[in-house]
Write a protein of this length. Structure first.
Length: 297
């Protein structure tokens, strides 16, 4: 039986924000319920015990936490998690899975800004949309996501995968401006439309656009038109991770060759492109893969 957390106060009468940083399975699994209820969290920036704001029930010994009720004002769910599993039935606030190193976080609704920021391992599954800066670097940092897998069932905001170093970010819906900004390695895959200025300053890694081709920055040059062998392998990996439930991506699977683009030359890179999905950050320039777009020459 997992540990369950349920908000005690209706959102209209509760604090504006609650910070659950540190309430993760690998920290609480050896504690009894009384000790867990006494763990310090913060509400509107003021410290308080977990049990003042949440009903704490079940057991944490199996490494699982379930969150029931409205968690849309709750920040940092799964932040720093290294093992175990957290399942949230609805939506969550900002910084979910930030700096996560292992384990699995599933979100049944939407997620706020900074989802999986600077994550280094584990898996994050979001059924709905997410805000800005998914899998990106925090302000002042040059290192975004550095490992693991983030699967978003809906749309994502701007700067998704910004300064990403390693790992996979898959977005089934549309994506906002500046996706893969200053990307250094890893893979960003978008099943819907990609916003303006994608891959600006990219040096390595891969951005894959499966719907309409985005308007790339001028620092990109046309490469070959072919079906890269890593793409079917990547899609099968996503399916094994549960991506088969995301219908929008299934409908937009490429039926023919993709156009390869090398760049960004304005970032000072050189070479003939990367090999594979870019998840390990090997070699040369970054790559963007798009459907055929006669407007680019």
């Amino acid at each position: 039986m997992p540990l369950t957390l349920t908000p005690l106060v209706p959102p209209a009468g509760g604090p504006l924000t609650i910070d659950l940083d540190g309430i993760v399975p690998d920290r609480v699994r050896h504690l009894d319920l009384l000790a867990i209820a006494r763990l310090a969290i913060s509400a509107d920036g003021r410290p308080c015990p977990l049990g003042d704001l949440f009903t704490v029930a079940g057991r944490a010994t199996d490494g699982r936490i379930e969150c029931h009720g409205d968690f849309s004002r709750v920040q940092r769910i799964g932040s720093g998690m290294g093992a175990g599993r957290i399942d949230v039935s609805g939506s969550v606030g900002r910084h979910a899975a930030a700096a996560m190193t292992g384990g699995t976080l599933t979100i049944g609704g939407h997620a706020g800004d900074w989802l999986a920021a600077e994550m280094t391992g584990g898996e994050v599954h979001v059924a709905g949309d997410t805000g800005d800066h998914a899998a990106a670097a925090l302000p002042g940092s040059d290192r975004g996501m550095r490992g693991g897998m983030v699967l978003i069932g809906g749309a994502a905001g701007c700067l998704a995968g910004a300064r990403m170093r390693r790992g996979i970010l898959a977005i089934a819906g549309d994506c906002g401006p500046a996706a893969a900004f200053e990307m250094r390695a890893g893979t960003v895959l978008v099943g819907g439309r990609v916003g303006s200025r994608p891959a600006l300053g990219m040096r390595r890694g891969s951005l894959i656009a499966l719907a309409a081709a985005p308007d790339l920055p001028p620092g990109f040059t046309r490469g070959a038109r072919w079906m890269p062998p890593f793409l079917p392998l990547l899609l099968r990996r996503l399916e094994r991770a549960g991506w088969h439930a995301e219908r929008s991506l299934q409908e937009r699977r490429p039926r023919g060759p993709l156009q390869q683009w090398h760049g960004d030359r304005l970032s000072g890179t050189s070479g003939s492109g990367t090999s594979g999905s870019g998840a390990q950050g090997s070699g040369g320039r970054g790559e963007v893969w798009t459907v055929a777009h006669p407007g680019h020459g």
